[in-house]
Design a binder for this molecule. Structure first.
Ligand code: SF4
Length: 674
């Protein structure tokens, strides 16, 4: 159980108001950009504040138009905007919480024509070339930061966080990579760090000493031409001297080709960076990135790597995280699995963020969980993600729920996902749902296959079919050969692949299977972090500016070929914020990806494909089928004659591009309507 310690003796700035060491970190949800979004954001934040989060930091708000991330992104630069923010601060205060607003100027990361930067160098992740700020415009921008903080104070915020990391404007001034100026704002590091220091000075001037200021410091840029550790420490000391109250950790610019928060990144993979900074300064420091359970937070605090723990996505996944941690009910925490599928992928698609394992996140006002008007007896068939999600919400509403699962375990396809190296977190979702079923007294029947005759003899008000999918077997000559293995046979451990493998299918499952085949064993614990740092070339010695060194790749455990019929690029269906990681990872392991082919024949020595109208023979020991799924719908048609309501959800409803996010959301929505 997490030990809650009082961190600060009363400081004159009010940091002692922190009730515990959990900070809900900044995460842009796009709520502030939609009609009625501030009202929704108010409920979203207040729900988290109620559970005793020490401090909430909002998503990034720009100090002016040029700093907006997109053409219609939220900013705070006038009185009218103050009123909207009051909705958030009032709701959080009523919930007895504390909230700081993050001020974020996107600089050259902006997606609009007015983008600005210290130098006119276009970022690799934006289409827009920035205008180089003149000296006068630099001072005006500093003033805008100060005004934004003052307006935040007027709006009722307890403080602000200055976003000085992730490659946004302040970072762009600090690093030689993006600052080529010859004037007082460029050249020496003293000149380059003047920009953030003047911003802090201006904010203090406009807000006073009793307003919390957090500075998010980029401690590891993970780009060529990034800051050196010596420079970062110099800035940290100046930031401390300038009267900032807390320093938050920033890891990696957005343009860095290094995963820093995805599920492939080990838990607490970066707390060692914050620990190094703790040796240099005495301000309270916040640790970030891949901290998703109380035990991880506790380890970081016990090892004195940081004073406070910031989590953003885990509070999307479970608004009651802190309450459960306090009460030692960690086994009931709905853990963030770092998939990014409903949060960051949505943010970058300009959709409202939510959470794969908690579709209610950011939709609290739209999807309230109310007691059912009429209690129903509901049979749920299938204990995969969709079936489990339905059971939990339906039971929370008071329905009498009975779950039938044909296998001897709950979790369905997540049992296959959890064995993929880097997807081990999926086991947490099965653990959460399984424990919630016990908590909510759902009547669970494992190893129980139900059929038409069962429902002829047993009566329910509603039957929900979450019967999932089965793999599609393509029509290829020789498909019955013993070297052919279905993906579910492989990942469940029932079959083992040989040394040379061809994967048929280039979708998400094909990528997962490739990852599984490339590693003999998946490293765990500290070894996992070492493996990750060396595979991606991250300098733990902090000797290299930017923090990048030559990666050292562990040789692949097998020779792997991926084959697909369509001619498009590999990975086009993968998530926006994680697909590139999978593609780089497989390229590093020399996976041979071939597209636009036909499968001609499988024989005892391998597979013949047709490529550019010519037969090509690939000699392999095993062929893994990742060629899609077919919905398991037989029971639905068998029950057509029943007068009871029969519903179908998840893969059983729609198997194309099988997607846990859609399945869980569909299940949740059905459960709140019933
Ligand atoms: Fe975490 Fe995935 Fe939910 Fe995002 S969508 S909060 S990464 S579980």
């Amino acid at each position: 159980m997490l030990k809650f310690k009082k961190l600060f003796s009363p400081l004159d700035i009010g940091v002692a108001v922190l009730q515990n060491r959990f900070v809900m970190g900044s995460m842009h949800t796009n709520l502030e950009e939609i009609e009625g979004g501030f009202e929704r954001a108010a409920v979203y934040y207040a729900e988290r504040a109620k559970t005793g989060v020490g401090l909430i930091i909002t998503g990034g708000i720009s100090p002016n138009i040029q700093g907006c991330v997109g053409p219609h992104s939220a900013k705070l630069s006038n009185r009218e905007e103050v009123e909207k923010h009051r909705l958030i601060t009032a709701a959080v205060k009523e919930a007895d919480g504390k909230i700081c607003m993050q001020i974020l100027h996107s600089g050259r990361y902006g997606y609009h024509k007015d983008v600005v930067a210290p130098s006119p160098i276009q970022s690799p992740i934006s289409f827009f070339k920035p205008h180089e700020l003149t000296d006068e415009e630099v001072w005006k921008t500093i003033d805008d930061f100060g005004q934004c903080a003052r307006l935040a104070r007027e709006a009722g915020y307890d403080g602000v966080e200055i976003m000085g990391s992730e490659g946004y404007l302040i970072n762009q001034f600090l690093a030689e990579r993006t600052n080529k100026r010859q004037d007082d704002w460029g050249g020496s590091y003293e000149n380059r760090m003047k920009f953030p220091l003047e911003i802090i000075k201006e904010i203090k001037k406009q807000t006073g000493n009793d307003f919390i200021i957090i500075y998010r410091l980029s401690m590891l840029d993970l780009v060529e031409g990034g800051s050196s550790w010596e420079e970062i420490v110099k800035l940290a000391k100046e930031v401390e001297r300038s009267g900032v109250h807390i320093i938050n950790t920033g890891i990696g610019w957005h343009e860095a080709r290094i995963p820093t928060i995805a599920t492939t990144v080990p838990r607490m993979a970066y707390s060692w960076v914050t620990a190094q900074m703790k040796k240099e300064i005495s301000l309270p420091l916040i640790a970030v990135n891949r901290i998703n359970m109380p035990e991880v937070a506790e380890k970081i605090l016990e090892e004195n790597h940081a004073d406070l723990i910031s989590m953003a996505r885990p509070f999307l996944a479970d608004p009651e995280f802190v309450t459960k941690a306090k009460e030692g009910r960690d086994d009931l925490i709905n853990t963030c699995i770092a998939c990014n599928q409903a949060c960051l992928d949505h943010t970058f698609q300009l959709k409202v963020s939510s959470c794969l394992v908690n579709p209610r996140a950011c939709f609290e006002t739209i999807y309230p969980i109310k007691p059912a008007e009429k209690i129903k007896k509901i049979a749920v068939v299938g204990g995969g993600p969709a079936g489990l999600a339905f059971c939990v919400t339906a039971a929370q509403r008071g329905h009498e729920v009975v779950l039938f699962e044909a296998s001897d375990v709950l979790g369905g396809q997540f049992n296959l996902a959890k064995v993929i190296p880097g997807k081990e977190e999926y086991a947490e979702t099965i653990r959460y749902f399984s424990n919630m079923l016990k908590e909510l007294k759902v009547d669970v029947h494992l190893s129980t296959r139900v059929d038409k005759s069962f429902f002829d003899e047993n009566t329910f008000d509603t039957i929900v079919l979450a019967t999932g999918v089965h793999p599609r077997i393509p029509d290829i000559k020789g498909i019955e050969n013993n070297m052919v293995i279905r993906y579910d046979e492989l990942l469940s451990g029932h079959r083992i692949a040989g040394e040379k493998v061809a994967i048929l299918g280039g979708g998400g499952i094909g990528f997962d299977v490739a990852e599984y085949l490339l590693y003999e064993t998946s490293p765990q614990g500290e070894l996992h972090t070492q493996h990750y740092l060396s595979e991606w070339g991250i300098d733990k010695s902090l000797m290299v500016p930017g923090g990048l060194i030559t990666p050292k790749h562990v040789p692949p455990a097998r020779e792997v070929h991926m084959l697909k019929r369509s001619s498009g690029k590999y990975g086009s269906t993968l998530g926006k914020t994680t697909g590139w990681i999978k593609k780089i990872s497989l390229a590093n392991k020399k996976v041979n990806m071939i597209s636009g082919i036909e499968y001609k024949e499988i024989n005892d020595r391998g597979i013949v494909i047709v490529q550019n109208n010519e037969d090509v023979f690939l000699e392999v020991d095993s062929i893994i089928l990742c060629t899609g799924q077919i919905p398991e719908q037989k029971l639905f048609y068998d029950l057509k004659h029943l007068s009871e309501e029969v519903c179908m959800i998840g893969g059983a409803f729609e198997a194309n591009e099988l997607d846990a996010k859609v399945a869980i959301e569909q299940a949740f929505r059905l459960a709140i309507q019933m």
